[in-house]
Design a protein around this ligand. Structure first.
Ligand code: AMP
Length: 288
């Protein structure tokens, strides 16, 4: 695996890798903030299966963190990340410093209006502007054919799909399923912050989604009823502070009154200082 830290070197490496792989070769990109876990690796696997060249990025993007958020202490484990990504089959790793991505005087941003203020965007003002801007820059630098994102960050997926559509970006977005611990907790780099007690509290998110999923399976469609069922689970865990429980269209992130295929049940909650998210998307096959 080649590790590139400048935009110029990464552009060149992508061109060389494509040339070496043949005229019609395809390039996959898996953007990450590092602290690699099996969720990230599942996206690398998908890219490896579908594309000839696999690029990943590790960049803790200052632009998507609010002033009181965890940018400074976000988990960083670069050497271990490199080992895992190389083993998983990444060919090119882009790992720039912040000043490489945002030189002094950079004043251009990408804003997906509307969607960026919903779900996590409502709790984290400016977050999705940072995400859209950095992903757009990564697309411009790396020029992937396919980019892979996790369903765990469902609002991010909606924002980025809209950005790709609105700006005619020549990139196909593929969404990989949420990878979980055996007990249901969605893998996240931020799980490293959790104390043993908070780790137990955090299980309420997947438990709440499971309760909602069972109700949907039994035919319940009312968002009011489903939301109340999720709230019932989250509100009864001492120490856990729910941030939002939303039932929305997975494309527009607008609230829906009644759940149909494509609806998203999304949760966020604080365990101590750690904000966790999880969601469940109603499956088109089984709930039409
Ligand atoms: P992050 O490093 O947290 O920015 O995540 C990088 C990519 O991995 C994003 O597309 C995330 O949605 C995805 N991801 C994070 N956690 C998981 C998970 N548990 N399962 C699948 N994908 C994930």
């Amino acid at each position: 695996m080649r590790i590139l830290t400048t935009i110029h070197a990464m552009r060149l490496a992508c061109k060389q890798a494509r040339r070496a792989a043949g005229e019609d070769s395809t390039l996959a990109l898996i953007p990450t903030m590092g602290a690699v876990h099996k969720g990230h690796l599942s996206l690398v696997d998908a890219g490896r299966k579908e594309c000839d060249v696999v690029a990943a990025s590790i960049f803790v993007n200052p632009l998507q963190f609010g002033p009181t958020e965890d940018f400074a202490c976000y988990p960083r484990s670069f050497d271990d990340d490199c080992r895992q990504l190389a083993k998983a089959g990444v060919d090119l790793l882009f790992a720039p410093e912040a000043q490489e991505m945002y030189p002094a005087g950079a004043t251009t941003f990408v804003e997906v209006a509307g969607l960026s203020e919903r779900l996590d965007g409502a709790s984290r003002p400016g977050h999705f502007r940072g995400v859209a801007t950095v992903v757009n820059k990564l697309f411009n630098i790396i020029a992937p054919d396919v980019a892979y994102f996790g369903q765990k960050d469902a609002a991010q997926v909606a924002v980025l799909r809209t950005m790709v559509r609105d700006l005619d970006l020549p990139v196909r977005i593929i969404v990989g399923p949420t990878v979980r611990e055996p007990d249901g907790l969605a893998l996240s780099s931020r799980n490293r912050y959790l104390s043993p007690d908070q780790r137990i509290q955090a299980l309420a998110l997947s438990r709440a989604l499971h309760v909602v999923e069972e109700l949907v399976d039994r035919g319940e469609r009312s968002s009011v009823v489903l939301r109340a069922a999720a709230a019932e689970v989250l509100n009864h865990v001492p120490g856990l502070r729910p941030d939002y429980i939303e039932i929305v269209s997975s494309d527009t992130l607008e609230p829906v009154v009644s759940v149909a295929s494509g609806a998203l049940i999304a949760l966020a909650a604080w365990a101590g200082e750690t904000r966790l998210i999880d969601n469940f998307r109603v499956d088109p096959a089984s709930h039409d």
